[in-house]
Design a protein around this ligand. Sequence first.
Ligand code: ACK
Length: 963
Amino acid sequence: LTLNQTLTLILTYLYLILLSTYLFNLLDSKASQGELGWISSPSHGWEEISGVDEHYTPIRTFQVCNVMEYSQNNWLRTNWIPRYSAQKIYVELKFTLRDCNSIPMVLTCKETFNLHYLETDEDQGSKFREHQFSKIDTIAADESFTQMDLGDRILKLNTEVREVGPMTKKGFYLAFQDVGACVALVSVRVYFKKCPFTVKNLAMFPDTVPTDSQSLVEVRGSCVNNSREEDPPKMYCSTEGEWLVPIGKCLCNIGYEEWGVACQACRPGFYKASSGNVKCSKCPPHSYTHQEEAVHCDCERNYFRAEEDPVSMACSRPPSAPRNVISAINETSVILDWNWPTDSGGRKDVIFNVVCKRCWPGPRQCEPCLGAVRFLPRATGLTNTTVTVVDLLAHTNYTFEIEAQNRVSSQAPTIRQYAAVTITTNQAAPSAVTVIRKDRTSRNSISLSWMEPERPNGIILDYEVKYYEKQEQETSYTILRSKATNVTLNGLKPDTTYLLQIRARTAAGYGGSSRKFEFETSPDSFSISSENSQVVLIAVSSAVAIILLTVVLYIVISRFCRYSKSKHPDEKRLPFGNGHLRLPGIKTYVDPHTYEDPSQAVHEFAKELDASCIAIDKVVGAGEFGEVCSGRLKLPSKKEICVAIKTLKAGYTEKQRRDFLSEASIMGQFNHPNIIRLEGVVTRSKPVMIVTEYMENGSLDGFLRKHDAQFTVIQLVGMLRGIASGMKYLSDMGYVHRDLAARNILVNSNLVCKVSDFGLSRVLEDDPEAAYTTRGGKIPIRWTAPEAIAYRKFTSASDVWSYGIVLWEVMSYGERPYWEMSNQDVIKAVDEGYRLPPPMECPATLYQLMLDCWQKDRNNRPKFEQIVSILDKLIRNPSSLKITASTASRYVTQETSTDITSFHTMGDWLESARTLPCKDAFSGVSYSSCDTLAKTSAEIYLTEVRPAATCPEWEPSMGITTL
Ligand code: ACK
């Protein structure tokens, strides 16, 4: 405490103590040393006398004792007493009174006297009229004294207090009327009560005089200097002059702390950053303040505070450089490890950034590494002291600079704190060949070409091509070497499947082998027995080939001409598009987005209809772009047909028009009984329309819900077969639907199901089921394969996953997949290996098909072609649909679940479970996989599926063989 502070404190308290007396005197006869000058009437009545009080302090008293005369009426009037703000005043009288009985020979003796008052607005001087006064009370003594008491010098002092009020005038007089008593007025005190000035919760409350009524007076406090209101401060002043019920408070401003009843500035070296009644804090390490009232402390030189650092945090500095960098090189990758800096700068948020430079020998010449180099987990913002750098060039010098940073590094002078290490990568073999394509196939030869490995790691000397008959299982194989990236394998057997692997060789040796590619030679259409007949055959085939070539050339040229007329980049067929090998003779889907002018795509693939040929009957639903109506289409010289008409609502933007018509451009390319047929478009008049065949029963999901449990299993399988057939057609065309779901299947009056909804952007915009993923895309989570959700890998295999969900929707009559689970929970459950359980009464074979469609590894899922063929066989052999999935799974869990992984085929499993009644039901249905023979139970919601890797003989492409 400084001297100043102590003095302030003492003075403040003294002031408050002085003010805290709640009785305010208007008159105190004791306080007067000289004559009081009160008026006595008649003059021989009350007498003013000097005396001493019980403490022997000199006082002025008045006394009267005319007991020896009759009819006494002696008045004593005070001086004029100003009222100030008082409404109710108190009169305290101290007096002694002589006991009448103790006075011998008295004529008239009283033991009381009267108290009166008179209100006036001004001092009336010596003018006194007794009739103007009002009586307050008759005052009697509690104790009177006798002659004996006088002798013993015992003073029997009486104290009486009387209230007067409410007073209204500016002042008043008091008067004492004696009617024959022997009385001495020792003191007269006149006062009123008030709530005195006070400071409560750092708020000042002024002197307050209570009202005369019984109610409390509400008083607003005002904050002491250097403080502010937190809650409005309030108190109530009672009629007794007491402060009651303090409410609200003030808080010391920033830079000030509470000190008694005041707010005091923080001393140098201390700060207070927030208002509140807390003490000033000492400056944190490496900071200071030389001023009073500091709200924060400044950082010392070379120390800093990050933007988000609280002022209570010590100032810090950039970390020192990382230490002891070591590198472990493995061919073209390197693991860098280092030690934490000795000085982290006083912070915990140290991160490391790694800069890669490629250097040449000689005078240090370096340049930043090119984008191909990858850092694992990343190059910047590392919180651990290690990083792996991959995809470096072989035999190359690199320098890595590892820089330590923390949040204040950016404020420090530009000195980079880093440690560097220089390495030379090893010689490395080339990476594997990944892209191989079949150029030509004949009965005895196959021509192949491939792409150079992504990382050759040197000059490729040659490629080794190893091939063998699939049936031989690698026991005998042939090896060819080729310097070029293509080769023709001759002398092969006709109609035979071969497996083939390619690897590249550099000076560092052979690279990894490619995965096994499977190719078939053409079938032997003639029975050939001799060399001659082979020659004849070659001649005939050559002739046929020439004719075929001519026809193909003609088609290609005529198509080319059509394409070039539309000024469109003519080649829209991607040889490896969507991971599909196009089937010969099947058209390829053309993405309308590849057209510079999308309206050209519409006219290429859709017929322009005259609006006058269309009659709209009624609205059947709402699409993204406008209403969907039913109506009729009557083309000249054709029969009138029922159609569905999608309209584009008025006020559309150009983009909306393009997106709307893109559906027609896509649909118009398809021609299949299980794909909704486009009749044409109306683009030249308004409204713009897309006209399709009419599907009487609407969407499949609603249709099934409406007819719950009303179909036979064969009927349901028939519908599913249709959908699979439509999807096979789409996947053969290279079209990935992305939004296959029962709601996007339409059903006609013959229960034929057709795939619909072919928008582009619309696919995901339009579908109410589509939700935004963390990667920003909009995806119908419940229907979408995990790889498509995770990294937007949409392929026909992801369509197969969705088909599995449609299968489940159909078998459960339009139940919502995963019921009311949230999208996030669905993603998590599927990722953890759980799958939807079999719907009620679902044939085991169909549930098995669902599980196959939901294989995590998309290569293990069946192709649509296989699905169509499985369903065909189930339809031909209805008994295979008799056993329901829950029954079968019960057998699996009870009898064979422990070693199910040891069965490589469903047949194996059935053999081992020969005694079980389910075997018959499965005869005729054989799967070469056992991995998806999952443990299921009617009691659990979702089914856990074992990973495919548990079956050693599992061949992904052979996931489902023929029935
Ligand atoms: O379930 P729905 O009745 O069948 O409601 C929707 C609605 O329009 C919005 O898509 C119906 N719809 C769409 N295309 C056709 C069509 N070609 N034939 C009959 N109804 C259709 C669909």
